[in-house]
Design a binder for this molecule. Structure first.
Ligand code: RB5
Length: 148
């Protein structure tokens, strides 16, 4: 199924959590493309955020996951890419709401701030929750319509 395709990227602060999530996602049946980083050498998180975010914006991937130390830098960088709606989450509830209320097409997580089990629950909730219609769709539409 095309919606099972995911792109994922991390900096050195997120590599351990990325590797854990890649493993769990593949075990669950997702088709995951891992853009790195692949070692603990210090790298610049915006490079990885833009690499993954442009692939989501182009439609090559329907959804993507970004991980740095906190998830904050990755989310800020990704949200500069037109067509990307990246939510930084830290719980299962936030993962669910990022899909239902915000229709986020990218998720950002903190490798130094979120434990692997909580991160997995957040990712799984985001991936398996349908985007909400009605007021949620209308509010997301306000964001999509704004060009600034
Ligand atoms: C890198 O040390 C750190 O700044 C980065 O992983 C991230 O947390 C940025 O938001």
């Amino acid at each position: 199924m095309a919606n099972d395709k995911l792109v994922i990227a991390a900096d050195h602060g997120g590599i351990d959590l990325k590797n854990e999530l890649v493993s769990r996602l593949r075990d669950t049946g997702y088709d995951v493309t891992d853009l790195g980083t692949h070692n603990t050498e210090s790298v610049n998180y915006p490079d990885y955020a833009f690499d993954a975010a442009t692939k989501v914006a182009s439609g090559e991937f329907p959804r993507g996951i970004l991980i740095c130390g906190t998830g904050i830098g990755m989310s800020i960088a990704a949200n500069k890419v037109h067509g990307v709606y990246c939510a930084k989450v830290n719980s299962e509830e936030e993962g669910r709401l990022a899909a239902e209320h915000n229709h986020a097409n990218m998720l950002a997580l903190g490798g130094r701030t979120t434990d692997p089990d909580t991160a997995w629950k957040a990712v799984h909730a985001w991936l398996t929750t349908e985007p909400g219609a009605g007021r949620h769709e209308q509010r997301v539409g306000l964001i999509k319509a704004k060009d600034c």
